[in-house]
Design a protein around this ligand. Sequence first.
Ligand SMILES: *[C@@H]1O[C@H](CO)[C@@H](O)[C@H](O)[C@H]1NC(C)=O
Ligand SMILES: *[C@@H]1O[C@H](CO)[C@@H](O)[C@H](O)[C@H]1NC(C)=O
Length: 340
Amino acid sequence: MVSFSSTKLLLVICVMVISAFSVAIGGKFNEEFDITWGDGRAKILNNGDLLTLSLDKISGSGFQSKNEYLFGKIDMQLKLVPGNSAGTVTAYYLSSQGPKHDEIDFEFLGNLSGDPYTLHTNVFSQGKGDREQQFHLWFDPTADFHTYSILWNPQRIIFYVDGTPIREYKNLESIGVSYPKKQPMRIYSSLWNADDWATRGGLVKTDWSQAPFSASYRNFNANACIPNSPSSSCSSNSATSTSSSWLNEELDNTSQERFKWVQKNYMIYNYCTDSKSWRLWVKSEVQDGHFLYKLLLILRYCGGGVSPEMEPPKKLTPPSLLKESECDQKSEEGWEVVTV
Ligand SMILES: *[C@@H]1O[C@H](CO)[C@@H](O)[C@H](O)[C@H]1NC(C)=O
Ligand SMILES: *[C@@H]1O[C@H](CO)[C@@H](O)[C@H](O)[C@H]1NC(C)=O
């Protein structure tokens, strides 16, 4: 076990190393991205300033970043499929490779004309996701471009929409929740047909008479670290204190207020409060009293990092506290531990 203070020291060292290699990248799509599929349906236009994806009955399309990033603040402006976009999904996310991959997701689920898009978010760490939160937006995302940002630093992941934080996922490794911090990730985006589940759970199908569907991207901007790159590309633009402030970025009071406003008024699904697993847990605990076993299952469901193969810890954090902490930004102070 590493003590808290040495973990902290390690973090400080990491941060120092990272800031030395942080780069600011401004966005020509032809320089920063590769079109990966879609057979001509994805296009880079206006001298690299604009990228469009399209979807028809035969295929969708997609692109990915040339670089991999390990921590960063990444902004992209998107204008989503207008009109009847039911059944379509525009995904914009960071992901590493392999079965134990990490991933930070924005997914935009289309809807019938006049009905709201759903913005679906998720965080995978070590191959484990199931951390969905969904939102409606306070504007029409098809009428104009809006900025969707991912802040990813060693302490937290924050999802922003036009600078308003909508979700925060904290590093809670100290209580056994795994956190993406070792695997570099690429940016990916795609537009595809998901009418088997996307709109009202698959009830509303894609209306192909509206095809081709199209989404647009512009103003890509990243302050990020690019690991394993020749020092020239990493240190040529070595970080000044302002360009690396994202490394310590957290929600200030004003952002906290905005954040609460979104969570209160626009969040439509939160895995943390999904009652299915909780009802199951309470019921079975009451019925047969297999407390430890049930607790492990719940920890596994809501926290990651704890699996049944692990030796049962002697002391456990109550699942309600763990959930609140992972989900509602409870402070780490004042943790209670129970002896089982
Ligand atoms: C579509 O619109 C309906 C009705 O307003 C809403 O309940 C739903 O969340 C919207 N989004 C999706 C993806 O179904
Ligand atoms: C933020 O809020 C806390 C407590 O609510 C307060 O102590 C602190 O002074 C505030 N900071 C700013 C910059 O307003």
